[in-house]
Design a protein around this ligand. Structure first.
Ligand code: NDP
Length: 270
């Protein structure tokens, strides 16, 4: 398969520069870091970025107007509205307003719906990254018992769909799950997307399980850690992704892949 850089070159040959518009509202420090990292990766790959930094007080209406302008701009291939938005903004209204053909995050109901019916265009980046990590570890989900911990729309639900599509037998756990350690013990693949530092204990895991740790949690010391207690888990599992590293960089790589896919559609390559 052609690399993302190679695909950018093919777009360029047709006069198309893959372009990502990033909308950042307010000054959330974590979001600033994510946006900076995405900008760096895009620059490395020859993807143009256009940053739209808006003050915290931006209204839903003003944000919808920015999205409408980007939807109408033929040179913008992908639109990324960095989440979370400030509390006073109607996040659903904003995500619904993004043109599904430019929804490189894959959060629009049209894209999530396509994922469910098995004909996806833009697959949400973190779930897509989890599947690529399984593939790179040589783990085929077919026939395996997979446990997804977390049922958010951006991680848990879509990654569960992708695992089902890859023929795994999937369980989704959440805050009302009665005996999580027992669910974890049964799983050959565990995807942890909880948002609680070192929540999944190594002792819960089956010997040889494959663990994808999606969590990004900041400890009081300022250090980052995942949702899985890495040191105790490492003793039992077959493979585990580290935090930082692992899912974070893969998510950004998948975002870039989605931007290039949007540009390939504009360039009529696909
Ligand atoms: P959400 O807060 O939206 O969802 C967390 C999920 O965990 C919910 O479904 C919740 O259940 C469940 N949960 C909470 N407590 C428990 C518990 N005690 N037992 C079992 N399940 C529980 O988080 P996100 O999905 O947005 O993110 C999850 C983590 O992944 C965060 O650390 C986030 O920072 C990280 N993340 C990392 C990305 C990356 O690029 N690596 C990208 C996106 C997120 P319920 O639904 O019942 O409340």
């Amino acid at each position: 398969m052609e690399s993302v850089g190679g695909r950018v070159t093919l777009c360029n040959a047709r006069g198309v520069t893959p372009t990502l518009a990033v909308v950042l509202v307010g000054e959330d420090p974590a979001s600033e870091v994510y946006v900076r990292n995405k900008g760096k990766k895009a620059a490395q790959l020859g993807i143009a970025t256009r940053d739209h930094r808006l003050p915290d007080a931006t209204t839903t209406e003003a944000l919808l107007a920015v999205v409408a302008t980007l939807n109408a701009d033929p040179e913008v291939d992908g639109i990324l509205v960095q989440l979370p938005l400030p509390g006073h903004v109607d996040e659903q209204a904003v995500l619904l307003a993004v043109d599904p053909a430019k929804d490189v995050d894959g959060f629009h109901p049209a894209n999530l719906g396509r994922l469910v019916i098995g004909s996806p265009v833009f697959i949400p980046c973190t779930p897509q990254g989890c599947m690529l990590l399984l593939e790179s570890a040589g783990v085929d989900p077919a026939g395996k018992r997979a446990l997804v911990i977390g049922r958010s729309t951006i991680v848990g639900k879509p990654v569960a769909q992708l695992l089902v599509a890859a023929h795994a037998t999937v369980t989704i756990a959440h805050s009302r799950t009665v005996d999580l350690p027992a669910e974890v013990a049964r799983a050959e693949i565990v995807i942890a997307a909880v948002g609680r530092p070192r929540f999944v204990q190594g002792e819960w895991l089956a010997q040889g399980a494959t663990v994808i740790d999606v969590g990004i949690n900041r400890l009081p010391t300022g250090k980052l850690c995942g949702d899985v207690a890495f040191d105790s888990a490492r003793e039992r599992v077959g493979a585990i992704t580290p935090v930082p590293g692992g899912v974070g960089p893969m998510t950004i790589a998948c975002l870039m892949g989605n931007v290039v896919l949007a540009a390939e559609r504009r360039a009529k390559i696909v």
